[in-house]
Design a protein around this ligand. Structure first.
Ligand code: FPP
Length: 248
């Protein structure tokens, strides 16, 4: 075996000079543009969601491989679920079941710890079961915490936190940022450093409203199925050029 073949292969996919010691600890992504991606190709919208799901797998694996410790994706907002057609939601749920079952099969070797943010109790039984079987499993070899926001809304999350703080009879003087953070779905996880929205819109759509306080925001026209690890690496490079003063 030659010396070169013994060298560890770089996990990075572009020639950008990424600093591996300054990676965002937590990246959050609003996956937008699946249906437009399909329409542009004359395909049914379900194909766009399938392509989005395939891209998601690649992105999670890439984040794990480069050493990002937390990834959160917005997969279905409370509004998406309420306002989209029954057929579309059925298609998305079918996709969730297939993917969650696949992740469950791979979890021992993947190093990916899967976790849901949001209230999925009202989802159909099959979807709930698929989520429960693959989420929150303790891993010896955890390399990345992967949060999927499902039936998630940032305001709902804050309201639920307030309700639980009141139920727990916490005295007013003990309520501070640290305590509120503990009552959120993301309890115990760092706030996102980098929030990415592909798909051409410039809004946050009720995503991680509390947690985004000091996040860097990256917007791009690229549609989610095309937002590959190459594009993500460009976003990480952009992030590394930011001067994060955090109020200083
Ligand atoms: C937004 O694009 C996407 C969604 C509402 C669904 C996201 C779902 C996936 C990527 C499937 C896989 C996810 C998991 C967690 C298994 P859009 O439909 O709003 O697209 P548009 O902006 O072009 O209309």
């Amino acid at each position: 075996m030659t010396v070169t073949s013994l060298k560890q292969k770089s996990p990075f996919v572009t020639d950008l000079p990424i600093d591996p010691d300054k990676l965002p600890k937590h990246i959050a992504i609003i996956m937008d543009g699946n249906r437009r991606w399909a329409r542009l190709r004359g395909l049914p919208e379900t194909k766009g969601h399938q392509a989005g799901a395939k891209n998601l797998e690649n992105v999670v694996n890439y984040c794990r491989d480069i050493g990002v410790k937390h990834l959160t994706v917005y997969a279905l907002s409370t509004e998406n679920w309420r306002k989209r057609s029954v057929e579309e939601v059925r298609g998305i749920f079918g996709l969730f079941i297939d993917i969650f079952n696949k992740w469950r099969k791979d979890y021992r070797t993947s190093g990916i710890k899967f976790f849901v943010l949001g209230n999925f109790q009202a989802f159909p039984f099959k979807v709930k079961t698929a989520i429960k079987k693959c989420s929150n499993i303790v891993l010896d070899n955890e390399r990345i915490r992967f949060n999927v926001a499902l039936n998630y809304g940032g305001r709902d999350e804050i309201i639920t936190a307030i309700q639980n703080i009141i139920k727990d009879k916490i005295p007013a003087q003990d309520i501070n940022e640290e305590l509120v953070s503990k009552y959120l779905y993301t309890t115990g996880q760092p706030d996102p450093d980098l929030i990415i929205r592909p798909g051409g819109e410039f809004r946050l759509s009720n995503f991680l409203l509390w947690q985004m306080s000091y996040a860097e925001l990256y917007f791009t026209d690229i549609l989610w199925p095309d937002f590959t690890p190459v594009e993500l690496e460009k976003a990480i490079y952009w992030y590394q050029q930011r001067d994060r003063r955090m109020g200083k």
